[in-house]
Design a protein around this ligand. Structure first.
Ligand code: GLN
Length: 282
């Protein structure tokens, strides 16, 4: 039987060999997951022997990770904003980059609540639900609709709603088609990768994350074209549209919003200094 320390050493060695830059961190969280204890415990009990069953579980996780299976799918969760969301292969793994969208949307909600109490927010292409659920957790008073084309994704959304005891309407349909009432804000992180670029992405993404959540068509703009065209019909007066974009899509997406009569259209950068969010209102 191997000890905690031996497993950690072995884990790091394997992950290093696979070219994993975060081997030291990942070997630790995976063992924490298997043993159900924290790192402090492992350090203080490094010579403790681990049962054969747990050792095998750990080995399997490390091997999968060495094959570039995403860490968050192995763990079954991802951190986003102040929360932890369940993730499975059916949903995109929430990205830190998306937090800038939530922070901005949150400021807009705060301001708009001064004029209107019962704000309705729609998270389109919700996936895990990380955007909408975070917003609702920050602003309990808002009404929330979460929509996705994938019913499997919505099962994960539902688990996240239940986890945080959040009320929301779930809609399974293509973009805005299933929406029956007007809303005050649409937030959306649509698929926006150009089809031909997908092959060049890291294996974690291209081999394991849902294509449906990534592929934005030939120029990556398919969803923005549809959303900007349809959104005005579903937005209340002074309604906001806030979308995440790829680093090179700021001009094209801003133009689409302007073409569809959105006002004060602007692009926001993420913490890496790259264009990341476009917004405007009616
Ligand atoms: N809204 C989810 C996220 O931001 C899923 C987005 C998607 O599936 N394209 O992670």
């Amino acid at each position: 039987m191997a000890t905690i320390q031996e497993l950690l050493l072995w884990g790091k060695e394997q992950l290093d060999k696979s070219g994993n830059e975060y081997a030291k961190y990942e070997r630790k969280v995976l063992l924490e997951e298997v043993l159900g204890c924290n790192y402090m415990y492992m350090l203080m009990n490094s010579t403790e022997e681990v049962s054969q069953e747990k050792e095998q579980q750990y080995q399997q996780l490390i091997e999968k990770r060495c094959g570039h299976y995403p860490l968050q799918y192995l763990l079954g969760y991802a951190h986003f904003m102040d929360y932890t969301f369940f993730v499975e292969e059916d949903v995109l793994i929430p990205r830190n980059d998306t937090e800038i969208l939530v922070e901005f949307a949150s400021k807009v909600i705060e301001k708009r609540m001064q004029e209107k109490q019962d704000l309705q927010v729609l998270d389109l292409c919700c996936g895990s639900g990380c955007i909408g659920i975070s917003l609702k957790l920050y602003h309990k008073e808002i009404g929330l609709i979460l929509s996705d084309l994938s019913s499997k994704a919505l099962e994960v959304t539902k688990r996240n709603l239940d986890k945080y005891g959040v009320d929301a309407t779930l809609v399974c349909d293509d973009l805005l088609q299933g929406i029956r009432s007007k809303v005050d804000m649409i937030v959306c992180n649509p698929p926006y990768i150009e089809s031909r670029v997908i092959e060049t992405l890291m294996p974690e993404v291209k081999d394991y994350e849902p294509m449906l959540a990534l592929d934005g068509g030939e120029d990556g703009l398919d969803f923005y074209k549809k959303i900007t065209e349809e959104a005005p019909k579903y937005l209340q007066e002074n309604g906001w549209l806030i979308v995440e974009i790829g680093y090179n899509q700021g001009d094209a997406v801003s133009q689409l919003l302007r073409d569809h009569h959105f006002l004060e259209v602007a692009v926001m950068k993420d913490y890496a200094g790259l264009d990341r969010v476009v917004y405007g209102h009616l």
